[in-house]
Design a protein around this ligand. Structure first.
Ligand SMILES: [Fe+2]
Length: 232
């Protein structure tokens, strides 16, 4: 049976320790038909250099298949340059044979579960970053990506098992007691997710971005936890 796991930001090698065999021993029993999904800030498509190659081949050599949604800290222009492939009902960028980027606004059917994916987030540290080098405007979704999200959710009758995003609905963050500025800005994406909380039926919503762990009802903020998606 296919198993699905989700975890928070990895930031290249900086925070990938959560997926080593000591902290994530379950991986010993996994196969390429099992999936670990990183909830953005993957960081393995960045400088287009040796470090990217090392990260990508390291993930590819693991026993499981690695999937990720994009965060704000990705080289979005480089991600956009990969050819788009249809896979399990949604669109992906295939980085290697077992390392895929799950694109925005897609619904995937995987291991008998439906997953809605919508990466992207607003960077709160734009001033310290350089456009095209450490920051890309494509960190936020385009109008087409919002429209595709709405249309794909409609095709699935407004219902999925899991919602996987990098940032979170504004209302959820407030419920989790997370302070606003200077750590984050309410924006069109967190507002869009607010709408989805009212219009879409789902069992669980998992997100990263805020570098913390928190649970509020069906909403789960992950950083270093690796959580298996089972029926809630
Ligand atoms: Fe991050």
């Amino acid at each position: 049976m296919t198993r699905l796991f989700v975890t928070g930001d990895t930031h290249g090698e900086t925070d990938w320790h959560k997926l080593n065999t000591k902290k994530f021993p379950e991986q010993k029993a996994l196969t390429k038909d099992d999936y670990v999904i990183i909830l953005g800030d993957f960081g393995g498509v960045w400088g287009l250099d040796k470090s990217d190659k090392y990260l990508q081949s390291n993930y590819s050599n693991r026993k499981f298949t690695t999937l990720f949604i994009d965060g704000n800290h990705e080289n979005h222009d480089a991600l956009d340059s990969y050819p788009v492939t249809e896979w399990h009902g949604g669109k992906i960028h295939k980085l290697t044979d077992s390392l895929f980027h799950l694109m925005r606004g897609q619904v995937f059917e995987l291991g008998g579960k439906t997953l809605f994916t919508m990466g992207g987030a607003h960077s709160s540290d734009i001033e310290d970053r350089k456009e095209g080098v450490t920051w890309w405007p494509r960190e936020m979704p385009s109008l087409e990506e919002y429209e595709e999200a709405v249309s794909n959710l409609e095709k699935h009758g407004g219902q999925v098992d899991y919602i996987l995003t990098h940032c979170a609905p504004e209302m959820t963050l407030l419920s989790m007691g997370m302070p606003k500025m200077p750590y984050r800005n309410p924006n069109e994406l967190t507002g869009f997710f607010d709408t989805l909380t009212q219009t879409i039926k789902f069992k669980g919503w998992y997100f990263g971005h805020y570098h913390n762990e928190s649970d509020f009802g069906k909403y789960h903020l992950l950083y270093n936890r690796v959580v298996e998606l089972t029926e809630e």
